[in-house]
Design a protein around this ligand. Structure first.
Ligand code: COA
Length: 276
């Protein structure tokens, strides 16, 4: 039966994500547990953690479901379905209006059965190590502060992420005053660029170029919404290659919720498949 995950489950969580070849670190799990202390669930089988799922709430407007993982040895026993049902039940209990997620090919059939509908494509792009042409002037960047970006981030994403973003900003966050911000964090397979929210392609370019200059010796992953043409052209220009496509899906949780408004033209990098 599903139970709440705690910090002591992190080694088991890392085994689950390693089996799927994902990029999250132990710190990512700590962040998720801090952002969603009542929304991270697991199922034990034969004395070990066999499956996981998380639902991080952004106020009552939206929850993001992620880390839906079942150990390969325990797949096909209904664990992912049980965990998804537990997540949705907890969101209903908390009066959340909408749930969204980024679906892999393996997860997609389950989410369709649970009433999620396609919203758009979301893609993983990767850049191999290498020099960055024309790095920007460091003087134009400022430290990231939640108070400066709360309104713009909310317009872009559609819900208030001010409880999550400070957790993600611990490593590498910068802003171009008035125009946009970007964050990055380590991964087990590659450095991760995102989230990045900006009102102009030039600001996003400078923030990306800054991040790549600091991580030119590493592979960098960047998850973007390909209908944001400005993001797509930056990915080509900076030598990224498309690796995977997922489907962003949405489902109402409350009865007849208000339309969920967001502006993907400002979203240059998502925060992660597990956060949106
Ligand atoms: C996707 C995943 C979590 C499913 O876990 P699972 O515990 O085996 O799933 P369940 O046994 O609960 O199956 C759930 C439902 O999806 C269906 N399903 C599962 N995998 C499927 C597949 N590859 N193709 C078609 N249907 C599938 C099952 O038939 C089941 O339907 P039912 O409840 O109507 O009988 C697991 O395959 C996994 O960890 N994959 C790698 C990581 C991943 O991609 N996660 C999804 C992230 S969005």
């Amino acid at each position: 039966m599903p139970r709440l995950l705690t910090l002591s489950d992190i080694p088991g969580c890392m085994l689950l994500k390693d089996a799927a070849g994902w990029n999250q670190t132990e710190q990512d799990w700590r962040n998720l547990l801090a952002a969603a202390p009542e929304g991270c669930f697991g199922i034990d089988c034969e004395g070990r953690l066999a499956a996981s799922a998380s639902a991080a709430c952004f106020g009552r407007d939206l929850a993001w479901i992620g880390m839906v993982l079942t150990d390969p040895a325990y797949r096909g026993r209904g664990f992912a379905r049980l965990l998804m049902e537990r997540c949705l039940e907890s969101l209903e209990g908390r009066g959340v209006a909408w749930a969204k997620l980024d679906a892999t090919d393996m997860g997609y059939p389950l989410y369709r059965k649970l009433g999620f509908e396609d919203e758009c494509a979301v893609e993983r792009w990767a850049r191999p190590p290498g020099p960055v042409p024309d790095p920007p002037d460091p003087a134009q960047f400022r430290p990231w502060e939640v108070a400066d970006w709360r309104v713009l981030d909310c317009q872009a994403f559609g819900a208030d992420r001010s409880s999550l973003l400070p957790l993600l900003a611990f490593e590498d966050a910068a802003a171009v005053p008035g125009l946009g911000y970007a964050m990055g964090r380590p991964g087990t397979r590659a450095a991760y660029f995102g989230p990045c929210v900006a009102t102009s392609g030039e600001a996003a370019r400078d923030l990306l170029s800054r991040f790549l200059s600091l991580h030119s010796h590493e592979t960098v992953f960047w998850d973007l919404l390909p209908h944001n043409q400005a993001a797509l052209s930056l990915a080509h220009r900076f030598g990224f290659e498309r690796r995977r496509e997922l489907i962003r899906m949405a489902r109402s949780v409350a009865a007849r919720p208000a339309e969920f408004l967001h502006n993907d033209a400002y979203v240059f990098a998502i925060a992660g498949f597990e956060y949106g």
